[in-house]
Design a protein around this ligand. Structure first.
Ligand SMILES: Cc1ncc(COP(=O)(O)O)c(C=O)c1O
Length: 314
């Protein structure tokens, strides 16, 4: 209760009440995703691992005009379809094909932009003016953060022995929700972000004590290229214990392990949590030795099969 009150007093964009309310609102529309374990992966990591399979979620992830993040865009398309309203999705021309196909499958109307943030912003602004739609940001929005926080509530209910949670980070919505919920329930839980080296703006931001944006990013984890927002940064700054940065080759190895051992197809951005837990910077850090039971959010399963085979061959 004390932790809950302390977090509440900071007035972040979401809190345990908004997360619990979101859970009630979305409950009948989503799957309760399973938590998988594997003795083989436990021995590789030297700890207990609990894989929260959000890659099995409807709409493919926990999340109108949406500026793609692909998984957010598919989820919004599905939500709009259920409400009987249109969803206009601004998608950059370099988005993975399977993410575009998911949007179309769920009835979203695809509007193409160039790959730059500026082009996405300009086209989204034009669509808003032309259609009167409302912009739903993929992470810098208290409602989205609250929805993402429900992953934590479910995970801690399914595996109460968890003392650590590892979460992929892009714009920081998912980890903000997860950290706010988990630390309100149990302030001693550690929450770590997993970030690709080629888009390590969140790690740089934590070091610098302010939001850093990168002029360009280069990583196989296409879902993790965004920068922190003004609503997610305070949560990442205050409640995320550390950011574990991994190379693309570690992400590919983690995808392989998910596929071969868990029998789950996870996209690069979704598999990065396993890569982080297996990385030397986490395993060999004496400060994290007592992280015994780690929840890993497998956040997305949108894999272009061709790209997967190419990556696995590397
Ligand atoms: C598969 C996957 N996992 C995690 C994230 C991280 O989301 P956030 O921007 O909330 O940090 C994303 C973002 O699009 C994603 O696509």
């Amino acid at each position: 209760m004390e932790a809950e009150n302390e977090i509440r007093s900071k007035r972040y964009a979401a809190d345990i009440s908004s997360i619990r309310e979101a859970q009630v609102r979305i409950n009948s529309f989503i799957h309760k995703t399973p938590v998988l374990t594997s003795e083989t992966l436990n021995s590789l990591a030297g700890r207990g691992l609990f894989f929260k399979c959000e890659c099995f979620q409807k709409g493919i992830s926990t999340d109108h005009v949406s500026k793609i993040s692909g998984n957010h865009a598919a989820a919004l398309s599905l939500a709009a379809k259920l409400r009987g309203i249109p969803a206009y999705i601004v998608i950059p021309e370099n988005a993975p094909r399977c993410k575009v196909e998911n949007v179309i499958r769920y009835g979203g109307q695809v509007i193409w932009s160039r790959a730059t943030m500026q082009s996405r912003e300009d086209i989204a602004t034009r669509v808003l003016q032309e259609t009167g739609a409302v912009l739903l940001h993929p992470y810098n929005d208290g409602r989205i953060i609250s929805g993402q926080g429900t992953v934590s509530l479910e995970l801690l209910e399914q595996a109460p022995q968890i003392d650590t949670i590892m979460v992929p980070i892009s714009g920081g919505g998912l980890i903000s929700g997860v950290a706010l919920a988990a630390k309100s329930i149990n302030p001693s839980i550690r929450v770590f972000a997993a970030e690709p080296k080629g888009a390590n703006d969140a790690a740089q931001s934590k070091n610098a004590g302010r939001i850093i944006t990168l002029p360009e990013t280069n990583t196989i984890a296409d879902g993790l290229r965004a920068s922190l927002g003004d609503l997610t940064w305070p949560v990442v700054r205050d409640l995320v214990d550390d950011i574990i940065v991994v190379e693309d080759k570690e992400i590919i190895e983690a995808m392989k392990l998910c596929y071969e051992i868990l029998k789950v197809a996870v996209e690069p951005s979704g598999a990065i949590g396993l890569a982080a837990v297996l990385s030397d910077s986490f395993k060999k850090n004496p400060a994290w030795k007592n992280c015994r039971n780690v929840g890993i959010v497998l956040s997305g399963g949108n894999v272009d099969l061709g790209v997967l085979w190419d990556s696995l061959g590397k």
